[in-house]
Design a protein around this ligand. Structure first.
Ligand SMILES: NC(=O)c1ccc[n+]([C@@H]2O[C@H](COP(=O)([O-])OP(=O)(O)OC[C@H]3O[C@@H](n4cnc5c(N)ncnc54)[C@H](OP(=O)(O)O)[C@@H]3O)[C@@H](O)[C@H]2O)c1
Length: 247
């Protein structure tokens, strides 16, 4: 029997990268998975693969920049499965804009997509989890939520906010709902590729004990730990999954 047998898991930003790897792992562990993102072709591909492998999933197209984001995902989840057990707030974007020239609009785009959407979606699902007496929320922050590392001012600020949001929600929603976060280091995904090539990656790799980039599947296994009673006495924590950066 899988570790998430009979559970319903909503994973935002699961059309690619670490969210997609988590969707595959959660489905393999028996969860009914709600896949979300903006790209329909990729969303359908993820759902088709889960079903082909014997799992259960639906997809919802929703833009985290839109006010309708949380309601759309909530409505589709409740219509399909009638409940939720695990919410992983993973959707995110990275603005390359720098301190000297970033506009207020560019700054707020990172904040809204990376943080506000997570709060709004959690606000929708928390009462469902409270009513059933348990639930797990996992917020994906970043190692740049601990220390700045890079000069991407909006992204760094948004990930520090995600760390704060995780702690605030853990206090607010205990003891029924466990709220924890993951701080990934440099993980091989489309987002990392958008930052640059080898010249950018090597200095990051040099700062890790393990001397390599991470895989999306390594974030997925950390998420599985935080989504089950295996982490029953862990709340309000941010788990660094980064290969040992600056240790
Ligand atoms: N890769 C890294 O090194 C790294 C390190 C630390 C933290 N993170 C965090 O990990 C999370 C996942 O990123 P990833 O690396 O897996 O990148 P990715 O492969 O680019 O995936 C990003 C996901 O977020 C979704 N997304 C982006 N903007 C969205 C929007 N406006 N509305 C709805 N969905 C949106 C994308 O779906 P659509 O394209 O379908 O909209 C996609 O499924 C992010 O929160 C990121 O900040 C990544």
């Amino acid at each position: 029997m899988g570790k998430l047998e009979g559970k319903v898991a909503v994973i935002t930003g699961s059309t690619s990268g670490m969210g997609r790897d988590t969707a595959y792992l959660f489905a393999k562990e028996g969860a009914k998975v709600v896949v979300t993102g903006r790209n329909e072709a990729r969303a359908k591909e993820v759902v088709d693969k889960i079903k082909a492998d014997g799992g259960e999933a639906i997809y919802v197209l929703a833009d985290a920049a839109d006010k309708s984001f949380a309601q759309a995902i909530y409505d589709a989840t409740m219509a399909a499965y009638g409940t939720v057990d695990v919410l992983m707030n993973n959707a995110g974007m990275l603005s390359l804009a720098q301190f000297a020239t970033i506009t207020a609009e560019e700054f707020m785009e990172d904040i809204n997509i990376n943080v506000t959407s997570a709060l709004m979606l959690s606000q929708k699902f928390a009462p469902v989890m409270q009513a059933k007496g348990e639930g797990h929320i996992i917020n994906v922050a970043s190692i740049v939520g601990w220390a700045a590392h890079w000069g991407f001012v909006a992204y760094v600020t948004s990930k520090h906010a995600m760390v704060g949001l995780t702690k605030a929600m853990a206090n607010e929603l205990a003891p029924t709902i466990h709220v924890n976060g993951i701080c990934p280091g440099a993980i091989k995904t489309a987002m990392l590729a958008s930052v640059g090539g080898e010249d950018v990656f090597q200095p990051m790799i040099d700062r890790t004990c393990l001397r390599r980039l991470g895989e999306g599947s390594e974030i997925a296994s950390a998420a599985l730990f935080l989504a089950t009673s295996d982490s029953s006495f862990i709340d309000g924590q941010l788990l660094r999954v980064d290969g040992g950066v600056d240790v």
